[in-house]
Design a protein around this ligand. Structure first.
Ligand SMILES: *[C@@H]1O[C@H](CO)[C@@H](O)[C@H](O)[C@H]1NC(C)=O
Ligand SMILES: *[C@@H]1O[C@H](CO)[C@@H](O)[C@H](O)[C@H]1NC(C)=O
Ligand SMILES: *[C@@H]1O[C@H](CO)[C@@H](O)[C@H](O)[C@H]1NC(C)=O
Length: 409
């Protein structure tokens, strides 16, 4: 939420071309697979906001603490995949000449541990001084980047792609051992909800970029998912990641209950895709609160068999999951039972002092047939809060209330 417009852009502007950097070949990374114990674990960091005060000592202090949060959590959790779910860099506060270089600091904890990661970009990753394509290239100067770009065109944004996760007993990389017939057990979908501003190479006048998943991407998602279903002759359970929440989140928030949806709920009135845009597509905040442009994306998700959850960040003060089932008042789209989940603010940059942490997602191969998985929050202190089982009775099951803790720089 919160759109601080730091009018230091003039001072921060400089030559906007950053030197070309050597790419690492990440096309041959081993396929993602469930472990021999049947589990696959994802750590989701969101809202890192590196480079928030790049011109002040405070900025370096914040980034150092954020890096420590990431390092500590990786040591506690040892995930199979890390998801960086948007607002990696606070591009409205970085210098044009080195705005993408913050990627090096963000991915170092994973590179050091030979872990692999996948990103979605957020509104702060799309800025006049920060080209999202540049961050994408910069990610691929390091081994382990799985971030892809599968939908062409300026309107699509960058981070639209999927990653298959294969079963423990089938290795698609083992071509001679029959690996070419392995079917994915799980699909992970990643979307770019864009927002922020077009990069200066596209438009120097600080033009707001639409803040929803583009229709070209929704179309690609529907088509690709149908092709996968056809190719593997089954509905593959899946999870999706995007930075900005959808309007369904705002609608279900009215039914939030601290014992049934453990987490912090300090931001009532969710900042969502389409916020600040009029229905006809003009940006006009605060006259237009919400333009409804995320409806096709919500429809596509809700009509996707096997879609078990959508994970987002953006609202640093909300950290709960809600199971979106059936008709929810005001929503034109009925839910399919998929879980709508916030992450935990990871960065010391970005607004708010809610305790930093990450959302953990634990998927067991043998529970996938029932579309059940587990999740908890791992906090910077090492504490685990908000452990939940996202099964058919979630929304009704009672859990311990998550304490609303704060931490300061
Ligand atoms: C970018 O450049 C500024 C000023 O030259 C410097 O203070 C900052 O640390 C640099 N950031 C990175 C990530 O290199
Ligand atoms: C968005 O959610 C609100 C409830 O918070 C609802 O009143 C409104 O109709 C929804 N709009 C759309 C287009 O889904
Ligand atoms: C769902 O998980 C909760 C928490 O583990 C449990 O209490 C509940 O019985 C489960 N529901 C079903 C249908 O298994």
């Amino acid at each position: 939420m919160l759109h601080v417009s730091i009018l230091l852009l003039a001072a921060l502007a400089g030559p906007s071309r950053q030197a070309a950097v050597r790419q690492f070949d990440n096309t041959n990374l081993p396929a993602l697979r469930f472990n021999a114990d049947g589990n696959f674990k994802i750590t989701v960091f969101s809202d890192m906001h590196f480079g928030m005060y790049s011109w002040l000592p405070r900025g370096q202090k914040e980034d150092k603490k954020t890096a420590k949060v990431i390092n500590d959590i990786l040591d506690y959790e040892r995930p199979d995949l890390v998801v960086l779910n948007g607002d990696l860099i606070n591009g409205d506060g970085t210098f044009a000449h080195n705005s993408t270089h913050y990627i090096d600091h963000i991915v170092k904890p994973m590179v050091d541990r030979k872990l692999t990661w996948a990103s979605t970009y957020g509104n702060h990753d799309h800025q006049l001084n920060l080209p999202a394509e540049g961050s994408f290239e910069r990610e691929h100067t390091w081994p382990g980047a799985r971030t892809r770009r599968m939908v062409p065109g300026l309107a699509a944004g960058v981070t639209n792609y999927f990653l298959p996760v294969y079963p423990a007993n089938c290795d698609p990389d083992n071509v001679d051992g029959g690996g070419k017939d392995c079917a994915p057990e799980l699909l992970l979908w990643f979307f770019d909800s864009r927002g922020g501003y077009y990069h200066s190479s596209v438009d120097k006048t600080r033009t707001p970029q639409p803040n929803w998943v583009d229709s070209s991407v929704v179309e690609w998602f529907r088509k690709t998912n149908a092709e996968l279903k056809c190719r593997y002759r089954k509905v593959i359970p899946s999870l999706a990641f995007v930075h900005i929440p959808v309007n369904a989140t705002d609608a279900v928030q009215k039914h939030w209950d601290p014992t049934r949806h453990p987490g912090i709920n300090d931001e009532v009135g969710v900042a969502m895709q389409g916020q600040g845009w009029c229905p006809e597509g003009k940006h006009d905040w605060p006259r237009c609160k919400y333009g409804g442009q995320d409806v096709p994306f919500m429809q596509a998700l809700a009509q996707t068999g096997g879609m078990m959850g959508l994970f987002y960040g953006h609202d640093h003060g909300n950290t709960w999951c809600y199971k979106w089932t059936g008709d929810v008042q005001g929503l034109p789209v009925p839910g399919n039972g998929m879980n709508l989940c916030f992450g935990q603010h990871t960065g010391y940059g970005g607004y708010g002092d809610w305790i930093r942490g990450a959302r953990e997602i634990v998927i067991s191969q043998d529970k996938l047939k029932d579309r059940v998985f587990e999740s908890h929050m791992r906090l910077e202190t090492g504490e685990v809060v908000g452990s939940i089982t996202l099964n058919s009775t979630y929304n009704g099951d009672v859990y311990p209330v998550t304490p609303n803790q704060k931490t300061y720089l």
